[in-house]
Design a protein around this ligand. Structure first.
Ligand code: B12
Length: 231
């Protein structure tokens, strides 16, 4: 994919232009580009720039919202293609995913879910603003292997800890593994709250879930436990 197209994609997010973003995404697919490359190299850099401008008070909430709408328009084109690529794979495991209580950021979490689906995992996406109890109830209902909790705010990261505490309290761990991610989340935080793993992006999340489930199988046999970090 030419650099010019990536620059135009990035700009469509900064401009908050959903039609332009969707049309660039369609063009890229028509030219045979890989959807994940288009997301990571074209559109996500626009979101990062918007985040920086917001932090520096150069833009305000409505602008960030417009950019999010543009990002969602692009994802609306690219995510079905990502999912389609994974539809023929055998079932690899079940993941319950959501964004922590009090947090409505959904774009990164949804991308993680799409990529896991593309790699053959059954994903139950609980959406945003999800409590520990909601995570636990769904994990029990679908016999989840992994629970993934996203947090984009420093204030909602503690919701990740409370999901772990709830699963512990309800006796669902260590059988169910908990992974965490989101822009402010670090490997150190994951270790501090006793998560089973941390992934810095959607690709790392897939690698992480795969290795946790492999390790899980080994641990079941050896009575050991695993803590993994990807990315
Ligand atoms: C878009 C956006 C919004 C949109 C969200 C729209 C939506 N439908 O999602 C709107 C406008 C609603 C919004 C609101 C707010 N936002 Co906002 N937002 C952003 C922004 C610009 C981009 C986020 C994004 O979509 N990135 C693109 C995706 C692809 O990346 P990602 O989310 O990081 O996800 C990747 C990885 O983190 C990882 N990952 C994510 N989740 C998970 C989960 C697991 C399990 C794993 C393994 C991996 C993983 O994989 C993903 C894919 O690669 C960020 C800036 C930034 N750099 O993050 C600010 C940002 C997160 N927001 C911020 C703030 C302050 C707010 C508000 C409080 C603003 C306000 N005054 O009201 C509100 C909070 C609302 C709430 N209660 O949640 C701050 C947070 C500061 C902080 N550290 O706490 C940021 C960092 C901006 C800034 N620099 O100040 N926001």
């Amino acid at each position: 994919m030419p650099i010019d197209n990536f620059a135009a994609m990035r700009q469509s997010i900064i401009d908050g232009a959903p039609d332009q973003a969707a049309s660039l995404a369609k063009q890229a697919l028509a030219q045979g580009a890989a959807p994940l490359e288009v997301i990571d190299q074209g559109f996500v850099p626009g979101m990062s720039e918007v985040g920086e401008q917001f932090a520096q008070h150069k833009i305000f909430l409505p602008d960030m919202l417009a950019s999010a709408e543009a990002m969602k328009a692009a994802m609306g084109v690219l995510e079905p293609e990502l999912k389609r690529q994974g539809s023929e794979r055998p079932m690899a495991g079940t993941v319950v995913l959501g964004t922590a209580k009090g947090d409505i950021h959904e774009i990164g979490k949804t991308l993680v879910g799409t990529l896991l689906t593309a790699h053959g995992f059954r994903v139950h996406d609980l959406g945003v603003d999800v409590s520990g109890e909601q995570f636990a109830a769904k994990a029990r209902e679908v016999a989840a292997d992994v629970v993934g909790v996203s947090a984009l705010l420093t204030t909602t990261m503690r919701g990740q800890r409370s999901v772990i505490e709830t699963l512990d309290r309800e006796g669902l761990r260590p059988r169910i593994k908990v992974i965490v991610g989101g822009a402010p989340v670090t490997r150190r935080w994951a270790e501090e709250i006793g998560a089973d793993g941390y992934g810095k992006d959607a690709q790392s999340a897939v690698a992480l879930v795969k290795s946790l489930l492999d390790k899980h199988a080994v641990a079941d046999r050896a009575g050991a436990e695993a803590h993994i970090v990807c990315g």
